[in-house]
Design a protein around this ligand. Structure first.
Ligand code: 5GP
Ligand code: MN
Length: 339
């Protein structure tokens, strides 16, 4: 394949007029994958294209208020439609993932699709699986990159509240509300331009972060008070939840999002790992502070990867065995000097 960076100024011309376009993002959709996808969706629709947003599985309900979220098609519930759309597409945008295997059962459909593919992403170690790519591994979020793509076209005047809300959500959620080191002056410039459309930033924050159910908050409390294991000499913390515990708190998709960050509020904790069991697999989220990288451990030992300070992985061992293995690895990786 011929790898090219998109010529930013010509991104809309590259596509051509009235195309069949699919926008695909990764498994377990988050604020950035959905925000960047819907931002691009609203923009491309205004240019006259026929556009669909496709995800491997359902997005969390705290994103349901975003315009267009009800039109998102997910493979779990609508596999027939997904198949049809991807087969008919002229262009497929792959947003917020760096490897074709990050889209679960959509992977073989992408592999056999005739469409030209464009990857827009900010994850480390891109695998160059598309015909075209716009990749900035230092960028705060894929949503910021989508803004940059739109801003370089002659159609920046099409930036409206629907696009701005979606992109704001992507940037806000992937920067921990503008506090991670990936937040730069240009991130704030982009945010200023999004706010200038008249979107309500306080309402966006409320919609995302103040929309929990009672059981979700109680699950958070339980995770911290009953389940957090601290290894302060080594500077790490682990929280692991079984399927039974999740069910006890009436687990809904998205309910465990963010739990992994809380142990980092302890001064000595530099690395936090959250594990949750589902269907004989254990999903793992890694977070770290400052210059400690967690993506390599996720990649080497748990078939995953991600960013230096935020990574994910998966384990096929039972929860208790996964935690045991993890503790060994973290003790080896973070000896006493991280204290
Ligand atoms: P989260 O903990 O929020 O699920 O994921 C944190 C970061 O790690 C995200 O940027 C996500 O894209 C990445 N990530 C999560 N799971 C995986 C995985 O299984 N493989 C890879 N390569 N990256 C992952
Ligand atoms: Mn992202």
């Amino acid at each position: 394949m011929d790898f090219k960076n998109i010529d930013l100024a010509n991104f809309d011309q590259l596509l051509g007029a009235k195309q069949e376009i699919c926008i695909v993002s990764h498994k377990s959709p988050d604020g950035d994958s959905i925000g960047s996808s819907l931002g691009l969706y609203h923009f491309l629709k205004q240019l006259g294209h026929s556009v669909s947003v496709i995800t491997p599985d359902r997005h969390p309900s705290f994103l349901n208020w975003l315009e267009g979220s009800k039109e998102i098609i997910n493979l779990e519930y609508q596999s027939h439609i997904v198949n049809k759309l991807l087969t008919a597409a002229n262009w497929i945008f792959c947003l917020d993932f760096n490897d074709i295997n990050r889209v679960g059962d959509i992977t073989p459909l992408l592999e056999s699709a005739e469409a030209k593919m464009i990857n827009v992403d900010h994850h480390q170690e891109p695998t160059h699986f598309c015909d075209y790519e716009y990749i900035e591994t230092d960028a705060s979020s894929t949503a910021q990159l989508i803004y940059e793509l739109i801003a370089q076209t002659p159609h920046i005047d099409r930036l409206n509240k629907d696009i701005a809300n979606a992109l704001y959500v992507g940037i806000m959620t992937d920067t921990g509300s503008f506090r991670f080191p990936s937040t730069t002056a240009s991130t704030h410039h982009v945010i200023a331009n999004l706010l200038a459309t008249g979107i309500d930033n306080a309402a966006i924050h409320r919609n995302i972060y103040d929309s929990s159910s009672e059981s979700r908050l109680r699950l958070l409390g339980y995770s911290i008070s009953e389940k957090m294991q601290l290894f302060l000499d080594h500077g790490f913390a682990i929280i692991g939840l079984s399927e039974e515990e999740l069910q006890r708190f009436n687990y809904q998709k998205g309910d465990t999002e963010g739990i992994v960050n809380f142990p980092l509020s302890i001064q000595e904790v530099k690395v936090s790992v959250f594990l949750s069991a589902k269907d004989d697999k254990v999903k793992m989220s890694f977070r770290s502070k400052s210059d400690i990288a967690v993506n390599s451990i996720a990649n080497t030992h748990f078939s995953g990867g991600g960013h230096a300070n935020a990574a994910g992985g998966i384990s096929s061992l039972p929860l208790a065995d996964t935690i045991e293995k993890l503790i060994e690895l973290l003790k080896e990786s973070f000896p006493i000097e991280t204290k």
